[in-house]
Write a protein that binds this ligand. Structure first.
Ligand SMILES: NC(=O)c1ccc[n+]([C@@H]2O[C@H](COP(=O)([O-])OP(=O)(O)OC[C@H]3O[C@@H](n4cnc5c(N)ncnc54)[C@H](O)[C@@H]3O)[C@@H](O)[C@H]2O)c1
Length: 403
């Protein structure tokens, strides 16, 4: 009998099977933060590193982790040199730090920036030369240390995804590194940790989560399983986003948005995202525009074009967002969704045009060229955008809908 094995390329092209991945364990709930010490004890490690960002260290979040695990008597080091969204050289620095400390566990606590550094560091900590992995020339197929992730924004969903995003300083572009080994041993999602999240970050990361939901919902790689997660995320988003942003202490709003972030993250992890992200990455690389802000701003302008190929999905999305029943008039659903996405920017006090963000109009062709090269995302979008079409979208977003 001949045994058929699939090459990597055949596996990638194969529509006959669909993997569905989640972290080793996923824990959600108010005050689940306090279960961290017990979980660390169970992992039987002697040395660990806490990775977080500088802002969270300043507001005392890192100290809370240290106080919680102190009774375990372990050797603990901290890496908090994350200022803003991370670069590949920062990731390299974090890996060197964890290698030097000989840590057996990385605890990542923070928004997507800190969690991406934490999970990629955990995966790379046993690799002698990390360069091929950072350049995307080699796949990360094992993890060097154990890993626990705790998000403080809702959010990127980074604690449940196989992606980590870094700025490639040489190319002035943000780039995703993808590996199943980025899924942590345990994700602890405690909505209370998001209460101190500033209004602007609550808004931008909240809409980022919605971008994950809607883009993965229409994605070429979506399945009934991923659509189920995305659908629930969109429904919860519409009833919780303004509560969480306009009254950050509203725990029900925060719980709702933590679910949105997680559910959308699971959908993103397994179905991927698309053109909104492809157009947002160059803004992050060249202009350092925060990821959530770039996605939120571009979403209405991109969907106005790409949504034309998924009328049925747009009719469903309109109903999940409680915009009305468009089953008898499905071609109107897209207009309603785009209008909602645009008004969301205004309601949440987020920028509505690229000119507001200080982007130079002369740079738009270069940004369009960079975006058109992000094949992984464009090929997962139901409407195939050309470089010229991308430029048209940037031009419209530059002026804004109002102008
Ligand atoms: N891995 C993935 O799947 C994935 C998905 C989307 C985005 N990302 C990446 O995530 C990053 C953005 O993450 P983000 O939007 O969560 O923001 P962030 O991690 O960059 O944090 C933004 C700011 O908010 C502060 N902050 C976060 N939580 C806080 C809290 N509870 N209290 C007080 N301050 C708090 C941080 O200190 C920081 O100054 C980008 O680099 C983006 O590319 C990753």
């Amino acid at each position: 009998m001949t045994v058929k094995t699939l090459t990597k390329q055949e596996q990638l092209n194969n529509i006959g099977f669909q993997d569905f991945s989640m972290p080793g364990n996923f824990r959600f709930g108010v005050d689940t933060f306090y279960t961290l010490a017990d979980e660390v004890r169970k992992l039987k490690v002697q040395k660990l590193t806490v990775i977080s960002d500088n802002g969270l260290e300043r507001v005392g979040v890192v100290q809370r982790v240290l106080d919680l695990i102190k009774p375990l008597g372990l050797e603990v080091s901290i890496f908090t040199e994350i200022y803003g969204e991370p670069t590949l050289s920062l990731l390299n620095k974090a890996v060197e730090f964890v290698k030097k400390e000989n840590s057996q566990l990385v605890i990542g606590i923070g928004g997507g920036s800190a969690l991406d550094v934490a999970k990629a560091t955990a995966a790379l900590a046993d690799k002698e030369d990390v360069t091929p992995y950072l350049k995307g020339e080699a796949m990360i197929e094992s993890r060097g240390t154990k890993c626990i992730l705790l998000p403080t924004t809702s959010g990127t969903g980074s604690e449940v995804t196989m992606n980590a995003i870094f700025e490639d300083e040489e190319q002035e572009l943000k780039r995703g590194i993808v590996s199943g080994c980025f899924l942590p041993d345990l994700a602890i999602v405690d909505p209370v940790l998001t209460i101190s999240c500033p209004t602007r970050v609550s808004a931008s990361s909240g809409v980022d989560a919605f971008t994950h939901a809607i883009e993965s919902y229409v994605a070429i790689r979506s399945t009934p399983l991923t659509k189920m997660y995305a659908e629930k995320a969109m429904k919860l988003f519409s009833s919780n986003i303004t509560k969480a942003v306009h009254n950050g202490k509203d725990i029900n709003g925060r719980i709702g948005m933590s679910w949105v972030s997680t559910l959308a993250g699971v959908s993103l992890a397994n179905a991927g995202v698309g053109a909104v992200h492809a157009l947002a990455y160059p803004l992050g690389g060249k202009y350092h525009i925060e990821h959530g802000v770039a996605n939120a701003l571009l979403m209405p302008y991109v969907f106005e074009v790409t949504g034309t190929t998924c009328t049925e999905e747009m009719t469903n999305v309109a109903s999940y967002l409680q915009l009305g029943d468009f089953n008898n008039n499905p071609h109107k659903a897209l207009d309603a969704v785009v209008q909602y996405l645009y008004e969301l920017l205004v309601t949440l006090d987020l920028p509505t045009s690229l000119s507001e963000l200080g982007i130079n109009k002369e740079d738009l062709p270069l940004l369009a060229k960079q975006a058109s090269g992000i094949e992984r995302l464009l090929s997962n979008t139901p409407y195939r955008l050309t470089e010229q079409k991308i430029l048209q979208i940037y031009e419209k977003a530059y002026h804004g809908i109002k102008n």
